[in-house]
Design a protein around this ligand. Sequence first.
Ligand code: SF4
Length: 365
Amino acid sequence: MKTNKPKALYVHVPFCDVICAYCDFTRVVTHPKLIEDYLYALAQEVKLYPDIDFETIYLGGGTPSALNSDQLTTLFEILKDYSHQVKEYTMEVNPESLSKEKAELMVKYGVNRVSFGVQSFNQDELVFMHRAHTIDMIRNGIKILRDAGINNISIDLIYALPNQTLDKWEYNLNQALTLNIDHISLYALTIEENAEFGRLKIKPIESELEEQMYFTAIEFLKKHGFNRYEISNFTQSKPSMHNLHYWNYDDYIGLGPGAVSLYQHKRIENTKNLLYYSQFKFHGNIIDLSIEDEMFEFVMMGLRVKNGLSINRFKERFNQDIEVVFKSAITKGISHKWLILENGYLKCTDDGYGLLHEILVEFMN
Ligand code: SF4
């Protein structure tokens, strides 16, 4: 199997000012000493991967913008040597923790894309989720980013909230358009056992309504020039280069607690324990991936993308022909009109896109 150079760097910043009621990510409430220890450990972890020219960097979390300007400067300095060739440098930002000073700092260190944690334009929904921002902060934040020179902005929106009506969801979609941004990521709320909603035994909405919200969004966004290029991601012209590396099954490095790497035929899962991490015990699990694992994962990730997966890239990576390896799954998918082979790509049809889980079961067999 070919060994691939990682192209994408993900850095997990596990700090938030407030913990949202639905969240079970790896995160803790901001604390100066914890942040200091984390940054010190991160500076050591990054040295495990010297001399890699990444095409993309993504600072996620947690909430990277919850770091103050001094802490952010330290973070950017740690990553500086890795950012020279970077084409896309994304940072997740929450409206309540953005300032002019931070936006200018981001630009100074090369951040050229922001994933902005909007989630909703209904203040009652924001309060219900324990989000810390207001609608004014959303609009003000977009202005701060643009004034600093960041125009490549994506926003996150959450749907399928308990008590959310279709009308309220449509209102959110309409308001999103008024920001004149280029990229929107949609997330259906899941009630996680370990999050506050789970502990409070909040009931999810009916699956039919959730589906209706999803398809309403697809139609609405399409009408307004947003192309669905991945199951939950829509853009007018700027797909996320970083996420495309994941979906293309390129190797990537993940740093920070809870981050995951795909590196030299291994999945490296970092510890989620911030204390262990700060003691430089970075890695939790290291899993050797068999060629069968990798071939399946290549398909699983590639079919999420509307343009599908490249037959040639599969051949280059595994030295095998996808139409031979997965003959039965592909034949069945094509006969059901769930899959098509077109111009060197295997992709889902519109009908198949909604049945991805069922399609992948065939590839597993
Ligand atoms: S959803 Fe995001 S901002 Fe909210 S607690 Fe989780 S990581 Fe932090």
